[in-house]
Each structure stands twice: as C-alpha cells, then as structure tokens.
Design a protein around this ligand. Structure first.
Ligand code: PMP
Length: 398
C-alpha cells in the first residue's frame, strides 16, 4: 500500500492527446486542425516582428530579474486596462478596475474563479453549451458546481439565442455566467450586438455575475470592434470580470501572458478586490514571470511597435478569413453538395464544421486530417498548401 495506491489514471486531455496521435502519424500528408494555434501560410508558428523588436530593445538594455510585484508589471497592467476598457475609459480613470497580470488567459480565469469562490461559495457557474473544455474543469476545481446555458443548435447550425436567454433568465440569482467576449470557442459563432444588449439586460435583471473570457481580442473584427462588448457591459453599470489572453494575439503561447480585470463599483472597492486577488496569487505562485509581460508592455506602450502589432494582428485575422472563403469554395469544388457557406458566418480561429464524430475519426484514420471529435476544426491551421488536400478529404467522408 502506498499513498498513491488509490490514485486513478486521469483521462488524457482530449486535444493534447490528439496532438500526440498526430505526431506519431507517419502519413506524409497529415494536417493538424485540432489544437487552437494560429499558423502562417507556410504552416509555421509565427514569431511576430513586433515581439522580436521589443525583445531586441530589452536585450540592448538588459535588466536584472528581481521578483515582480504580486499583481505584475504596473506598465503591463495599465496597458491591459487601456486595451480592454479603451484608452479613455472613465472607469479606468476613476480607479474602478482592479487588474492583475496572469499566467495566460487560463491563469486569469483561475485567479478570478478562486476569488469568486471566496465571495460567494454557493454560487453556480454557467458556461455555454458547448464551451472551451477547460472552463468546466477549471471552475469545478475551484469548487463550483458547473452547469450550462444553451448556445449552439446543431440542427439549425447556429446559435440557439432564445435558449441562451431562457437559460440565463432561469439561473439562480448570483450565478456566475462565463461568456465568450468574441470568437466563441469551439463553435465560431458569436452573438450580435443587439443580442449582447439582451444578454446584458437579462444578466442585470437576474443579478448574475458576468465573467467575460477574452482570449481572442483582435482575431474577430478588430481590436476595438471585439472589445466593444466590454463597453456595453460598462455602460450597463454591472460589475464584472474579464480574463485576457495574449497567447494568440501576440503568438506568445509558451510565455503565459494574460490578465484578470475586475470592474468594481468604486475605487475603494477595487482596492479591496485587488488586495484579495493578490492573496490568491501569492498563495498559488507568489508572483508572475517577467519576460512575456515585459514584451507585451513594451509593444503596447511604444507607438511604433503598437502600430506594427496592430498590422501583424490584422494580417493574421485577414488570413483566417481568406481561409474560410477558400474552404467554402474548395469544398464545393471537391464535390460537396451541401451548403457550407456557414463557415464564413463563423469568426475567429475555429469552425464547427457540422461533421459527426464518425466522420472526424475517418478523416483522421484514413486521411491524416486531425480535428476534434466534436467536429471542431482550427481554420487558422489551414494554408494554401494543405487546404486542397483537406477539402478533398472532407469531401470523401461527407
Ligand atoms: N479561453 C478560451 C476560450 C480559449 O480558447 C483559451 C485558449 N485555448 C483560453 C481561454 C486560454 O488561453 P491561454 O492559453 O492564454 O491560457
């Protein structure tokens, strides 16, 4: 008998497991559309020029690596606030936003979840059906009961908005509702501006606690456009949480750069909230790492690098949209009779393709084209070299 005798083998992470299977596949034509990563048209993970320039600046004036403050680099936190709430935001000026540097978007979500558990331990958490896999796991681990609100209607190939509103309207007061700010993962379907207004109205009248997950700001319609939903929440007068990720928008996946921002009713409240967020961080990993956040702060706070980043981000966004258009055309060209134009209605890195689990398994086993069993494919991993093969393969399993 050891301490670990009763420890069960945990299931493999479904998406990372898929990666392992992909790496082991000897098919020379194999294509990985499973994991949520942006690749350029050459199939490479980009190292953005703005990042390289910021790193060069940093290396030219090297700094010692002391501990950072618990809440991170001050210039980074203020750049995050400006990005999320707008450069001229009144609530930021009034000191009503508590922002902490986080370990990626996941870290921001986790610090927020732990703090919420302290504020309202009996609250339920509602996530969209379906949602990013880790939402359920992360909030469950933080001690919450996690339930879902309807989101995707597979028969309709779109959002079940009435279902979503009813789901929110019937939630218990104080429930925490996790909302994808833009580029919904996994479906690729976002609600419209008018629908956001209705969601906000419902959230407000039912006294729910909104937690916006903003993992793809700038990947949808633009930095400001994708951030517009934050402005709507601010206007509503609600207090809310926002988790930010720079993994995709800066192609800094491995640096773990993100943040958590909490909009509070007053500066005094924000100061108290910040003090508690700092305890959550202190007792988890003490303080955040220096490099990635320094890169992002340098880029966001240097006008010339900021302009370069906006251009590079726009290039990524545009390339994904081109791949969506090409996918629709080439599927048709490969003989697919079904109307696949829904793919261009979707936004961000992902597409719910409508393919069944069996079809996804066949794509993988017979053609080496890897997507998630749910039918989710990463459009940002398509390129001018692999798209024809992917379309021909899909046409054969449909
Ligand atoms: N939220 C959503 C919706 C995501 O898709 C992701 C990344 N796949 C994250 C959060 C986490 O981002 P990060 O890698 O920065 O932790």
């Amino acid at each position: 008998m050891s301490l670990f005798t009763a420890v069960e083998m945990a299931p493999r992470d479904p998406i990372l497991g898929l990666n392992e299977q992909f790496n082991a596949d000897t098919n020379p034509n194999k294509v990985n559309l499973g994991v949520g990563v942006y690749y350029d048209d050459a199939g490479k993970l980009p190292l953005l020029e703005c990042v390289q320039k910021a790193e060069k600046q940093m290396m030219d004036a090297p700094k010692p690596r002391g501990y950072l403050p618990i809440d991170g680099i001050a210039a980074y936190d203020s750049a995050v606030k400006a990005l999320v709430f707008g450069a001229d935001s009144d609530v930021v000026k009034a000191g009503r936003v508590a922002t902490v540097q986080g370990l990626g978007g996941t870290g921001g979500l986790k610090v927020g979840a732990d703090f919420l558990k302290q504020c309202n331990p009996n609250a339920k958490v509602l996530i969209s059906d379906p949602s990013w896999e880790n939402h359920r796991a992360l909030f469950t681990r933080a001690g919450f009961t996690v339930e879902t609100y309807p989101y995707y209607n597979s028969a309709k190939r779109g959002i079940d908005f009435d279902g979503m509103l009813t789901g929110l309207a019937t939630a218990a007061e104080g429930s925490i509702v996790v909302l994808h700010a833009c580029c919904h993962n996994p479906t690729g379907y976002d609600i419209t501006a008018e629908q956001w207004d209705k969601v906000i109205e419902t959230v407000k009248s039912k006294k729910l606690v909104p937690f916006l997950d903003m993992a793809y700001q700038g990947f949808g319609h633009g930095i400001a456009e994708d951030g517009a939903v934050i402005g709507k929440f601010v206007k509503s007068g609600l207090d809310f949480f926002v988790a930010t990720s720079f993994s995709k928008s800066f192609s800094l996946y491995g640096e773990r750069v993100g943040a958590l921002s909490v909009l509070c009713g007053s500066k005094e409240e924000a100061d108290r909230v910040l003090s508690q967020l700092k305890i959550t961080i202190r007792t988890n990993y003490s303080n955040p790492p220096t490099h990635g956040a320094q890169v992002v702060a340098t880029v966001l706070n240097t006008p010339e690098l900021r302009a370069l980043w906006e251009k590079e981000l726009a290039d990524m966004r545009t390339r994904i949209k081109q791949m969506r258009v090409a996918l629709v055309e080439k599927l048709k060209g490969a003989g697919v009779k079904e109307d696949m134009s829904f793919i261009t209605d979707q936004i961000g890195m992902f597409s719910y393709s409508g393919m069944s689990k069996d079809q996804m398994v066949r794509l993988r086993n017979e053609f080496g084209v890897y997507g998630v069993d749910s039918g989710r494919i990463c459009v940002a991993a398509l390129n001018s070299r692999n798209i024809d093969y992917v379309c021909q393969s899909i046409a054969k399993v449909l």
